[in-house]
Design a protein around this ligand. Structure first.
Ligand code: SAH
Length: 233
């Protein structure tokens, strides 16, 4: 009896913690969502995820006051959590449907992975920096999200679970990594910023059949570099 009571207390404590996390900054999150809508993001599922996922959990507590500004923030290991607008653009381009299998390259803070999980995707994500991988794993678990995470070189994709309905690269690549194209299912989309280290063009590649692809070149952005065998040195 005593143990059952203790377990119940622990569970209700956790639920209360989660409620508290979601209540905190909720009006700032609403404002940020409005701002992103005004910048042209239309997908209601993306806007809802931005409004509901607590971004402040994915940054250092010293920076949480800035978590709902539309800007990138440092997350350690010389990396950044992407600007919320950029996250929204990349996520909208994926056209995520519930149950879609999505691979993310560059877990970083884990925020983008949380957005995708929140939208009902089956998420796989690779990060090359171990401290970031460990931190993201803990934060995502705390919030109850269950993506599959790996520490390694994402320029090679994650062949064990391929093919994917969508692949999103959250670091700037010098060229479109060939392995990623090959890990798309027919109808699948790869969203990848490609360029030099200063500026990159967002590219969407759709696999229209077994051996045909369509490429769209979209807006310019600035990402941290994608480093690895098929990326920057
Ligand atoms: N999606 C992240 C953005 C992090 S910035 C977020 O929501 O916070 C991009 C991340 O890509 C960095 O953490 C960087 O370490 C990682 N990265 C760069 N090259 C990589 C590679 N080859 N494989 C996996 N991760 C990589």
């Amino acid at each position: 009896m005593f143990i059952v009571k203790k377990i119940n207390q622990l569970i209700s404590g956790k639920i209360l913690d989660k409620k508290r996390i979601h209540r905190k900054f909720s009006s700032r999150r609403k404002k940020l969502t409005e701002h992103i809508r005004n910048k042209g993001i239309k997908d209601p599922k993306v806007l809802q995820a931005i409004e509901q996922v607590p971004r402040h959990i994915f940054v250092d507590t010293a920076l949480e006051n800035h978590a709902y500004e539309d800007s990138a923030l440092p997350i350690g290991s010389g990396q950044t959590i992407s600007q919320p607008y950029t996250v929204a653009v990349q996520t909208e381009l994926l056209e995520v449907k519930k149950g879609d299998k999505i691979l993310e390259i560059g877990t970083g803070s884990g925020y983008q992975a949380a957005i995708l999980c929140h939208m009902g995707a089956d998420v796989y994500s690779v990060e090359r920096h171990e401290p970031l991988y460990l931190n993201a794993r803990q934060k995502l678990q705390e919030l109850g999200y269950r993506p599959r995470l790996k520490c390694g070189d994402g320029t090679l994709g994650w062949s064990a679970y391929a093919p994917y309905d969508g692949i999103i690269v959250t670091a700037g690549a010098p060229i479109v990594p060939e392995d990623l194209i090959q890990q798309l299912s027919v109808g699948g989309k790869l969203i990848v910023p490609v360029g030099d280290q200063e500026v990159q063009t967002m590219i969407r590649i759709t696999r229209v059949s077994e051996d045909a692809y369509e490429e769209e070149q979209l807006k310019e952005f600035k990402f941290v570099p994608l480093i690895g065998e098929k990326g920057w040195e």
